[in-house]
Design a protein around this ligand. Structure first.
Ligand SMILES: Cc1cc2nc3c(=O)[nH]c(=O)nc-3n(C[C@H](O)[C@H](O)[C@H](O)COP(=O)(O)OP(=O)(O)OC[C@H]3O[C@@H](n4cnc5c(N)ncnc54)[C@H](O)[C@@H]3O)c2cc1C
Length: 293
């Protein structure tokens, strides 16, 4: 039997007011695919749940001029169905398509994935590579925090307890950009990543050099990670096996993979060497063809 209160506001102001009334005893919930699993496992306790599912301000995927906005309450199914995501953000589309199962994707949200702050969270590497900013709302107002600065430690964010993740915002990729994501798991479905990598590359005119590179990885350290040293190796270099191998070594140095139940440190290191160049080549191919391939 349910041993907590359940609130279903439709407006952000009401959600924030209810949260203020309950303080730390209440928890926000979106799809509940993390919150309720943890509650049932006895790893999370609360006296009230405040559902964000019907809050209008958290909905929608849109582009205004050069900025794309994805509402925190957007479900994974809505992401995969979006023409904008499919056309302009193929790496995010790839990432969401391999998350969980259909039933889970119908409930789970991008905001819940980011706020869960697990190292293997699949939407996070693409959002890091896109240089997303988290728009947070509290009774005090709104603020923006770069996603790259959002995870101080495992399962921790820099959001305050009373803040709602309203949306993720980032510049729309340029037409000469290619973006790819790959998740290596122990099986094809319903598994968390052993290693995941996302790379966004912008090629110079003619395609001989990489003008801009953004790279990020999941499950290779305590938090999702922007691979800045790898980006430095890629920027200005010619797309080649040597460049991508050097970027993978740089990624290894900054990622510091570890042993756990899913894989050993050694295996993760070897897989970064395999996966990063593969993802980089797909990004190059997509940059050359102006989209998916
Ligand atoms: C069967 C199964 C398979 C899974 N497979 C994967 C997978 O392949 N890849 C993967 O990355 N994850 C996976 N997960 C984990 C989980 O489903 C995802 O992290 C999901 O995106 C969480 O979203 P949610 O809306 O259900 O979050 P919830 O459970 O509702 O919330 C998660 C956390 O975020 C907070 N929160 C939610 N929304 C907001 C908001 N807008 N503002 C502030 N706080 C908020 C909640 O308070 C809570 O702390 C799986 C889970 C299950 C049960």
């Amino acid at each position: 039997m349910k041993d907590y209160d359940y609130h279903q506001p439709t407006e952000l102001a009401d959600a924030l007011r209810i949260k203020k009334g309950h303080g730390g005893e209440a928890r926000f919930v979106a799809g509940g695919t993390d919150v309720l699993v943890l509650k049932r496992a006895g790893r999370l306790d609360f006296q009230a749940l405040i559902s964000l599912r019907r809050v209008q301000e958290l909905q929608g995927i849109s582009q205004d001029k050069g900025v794309i906005r994805i509402g925190g309450g957007t479900t994974l199914t809505q992401l995969t169905a979006s023409e904008l995501v499919r056309g302009k953000l193929p790496a995010l589309h790839d990432a969401v398509s391999v998350m969980g199962c259909t039933q889970m994707r119908n409930l789970a949200t991008v905001g819940g994935n980011v706020m869960s702050a697990v190292s293997s969270g699949d939407t996070i590497p693409p959002l890091l590579a896109l240089e997303a900013v988290c728009r947070l709302a509290s009774p005090e107002g709104e603020r923006a925090v770069p996603l790259a600065d959002f995870f101080p430690g495992p399962r921790q964010t820099n959001a305050q307890d009373d803040e709602v993740l309203l949306a993720l915002e980032f510049p729309a990729p340029q037409p000469n950009c290619g973006m790819a994501f790959y998740k290596l798991g122990r099986r094809a479905a319903l598994d968390l990543a052993v290693v995941s990598v996302c790379i966004l590359l912008e090629l110079e005119a003619g395609g001989k050099r990489i003008a801009k590179a953004r790279a990020a990885a999941g499950a290779v350290g305590p938090t999702p990670l922007r691979l800045r040293a790898a980006e430095e190796k890629l920027t200005g270099a010619a797309p080649s096996e040597e460049t991508f191998a050097a970027a993978a070594e740089a990624a290894l140095a900054e990622a510091k993979p570890w042993d756990d139940v899913r894989a050993s440190r050694w295996y993760r290191q070897e897989m970064i060497r395999v996966v990063l160049p593969r993802v980089a080549w797909t990004a190059v191919q997509r940059a050359q063809t102006g989209g998916r391939s």
